[in-house]
Design a protein. Structure first.
Ligand SMILES: *Cc1c(COP(=O)(O)O)cnc(C)c1O
Length: 358
């Protein structure tokens, strides 16, 4: 068996030690005689997995007591709807900083529930930067941002100060990739399939005072209050996905936590950006100040060369490098689980490709 370096934007690579551990425990989880896939979500053996996943996540992200951690389903996309359903209370109004395809989708869902005010947008330059000039509405119920724009390859260089207005952040593609101060946020959400585990579980970290603002018309399944009260066991949770995410959390913990993985992430991104910057063949479409550490789009000088690059890279075991259709070219997603060696191999291949295509 030979594994490839998979640069997919999501679902993406999982750490090999995590996959091996899950394989070892597949048929008989710790003497239970069953797979985690087969267990009752009310059993003691599963409860221990569920609680340990939450505890390790809390430790890694330094989540204060006054925040709840929820494991939900429906992906980050379901949060685009659940957030306005639960957080639009007083004025039914939200401020957005519009930075790409994922805020576009979130804006469309929020509009179904209330009034959307786009306070800043980088659409004028194809979302190649993060706007830094904006003023929030005094009467906004919350502000929505996407900290790392997976498709466009941009990252907020600092977290906006929203004062007393709760800040909601889509961190699907950069959660746990660098240290953040959770207390700056009212709500953080992330689909697992980029940096946390398999698709099918969504992590929501919500400040307790934001729970319970929903209207009585909202069905129980869509209320944060329901999932908080039932500790994410209101209905059958995605048990296996939570288990694998828990293994990923333990893997990060053993490596030295988020601080350690951030240092490795910076090293990986630097390897790639430094080469792109000195290359005559490849270029980056993103403004340098806002470059993502996780998703790195780049372009060769022609579309034919882009295609040739992607095809030849695959032969070298470098997979899923095609850029998103809205950006074109290539995109290397180098999440936590991508080893430094994978990025080195990519850069070496890019160098060779440039020499061969002078
Ligand atoms: C992938 C992604 C989403 C969508 O996630 P789903 O789990 O497919 O709903 C939303 N936001 C960001 C930033 C993403 O990267």
């Amino acid at each position: 068996m030979s594994r490839v370096y998979n640069f997919s934007a999501g679902p993406s690579m999982l750490p090999e030690p995590v996959l091996k551990k899950a394989a070892e425990e597949m048929l008989d989880y710790k003497g239970s005689g069953m797979s985690v896939m087969e267990m009752s979500h009310r059993s003691n053996v599963y409860m221990e997995i569920h609680e340990r996943a939450e505890a390790t996540l809390r430790k890694l992200m330094n989540i204060p007591e006054n925040y709840s951690v929820l494991f939900l389903q429906g992906g980050a996309s379901q949060q685009f709807a659940m957030i306005p359903m639960n957080l639009m209370d007083k004025n039914r109004k939200v401020d957005f900083i519009h930075t790409g395809a994922w805020t576009k989708k979130a804006i469309a869902e929020a509009k179904v529930i209330g009034t959307v005010n786009v306070v800043a947008s980088s659409e004028d330059k194809n979302f190649s930067y993060i706007p830094e000039d904006y003023q929030f509405s005094q009467d906004a119920d919350y502000v929505h941002i996407c900290t790392n724009n997976t498709i466009e390859g941009t990252l907020f260089p600092q977290i906006p100060d929203t004062g007393s207005i709760p800040l909601v952040a889509d961190m699907s593609s950069n959660i746990m990739s660098e240290e953040i101060d959770v207390t700056k946020f009212g709500l953080i959400f992330a689909g697992a399939q980029k940096n946390l585990g398999p698709a099918g579980v969504t992590v929501v970290i919500i400040r307790n005072d934001l729970i319970g603002k929903h209207s009585e018309q909202l069905p129980a399944i869509f209320r944060y209050a329901t999932h908080d009260k039932e500790k994410s066991l209101y209905n059958t949770p995605p048990c296996y996905n939570i288990y694998v995410a828990g293994l990923v959390f333990e893997w990060i913990d053993q490596l030295g936590g988020v601080k350690a993985i951030e240092a490795t992430n910076r090293e990986k991104a630097k390897l790639l950006y430094d080469f792109i910057d000195e290359s005559k063949l490849f270029s980056s479409p993103v403004d340098k100040r806002y470059r993502s550490l996780m998703n790195i789009p780049f372009l060769a000088t022609s579309d034919d060369l882009n295609k040739k690059f992607i095809a030849e890279a695959e032969k070298e075991g470098l997979f899923t490098l095609a850029g998103h259709r809205s950006v074109g070219g290539m995109r290397a997603s180098i999440y936590n689980a991508m080893p430094v060696e994978g990025v080195k191999k990519l850069v070496d291949f890019m160098k060779k490709f440039e020499m061969d295509n002078k």
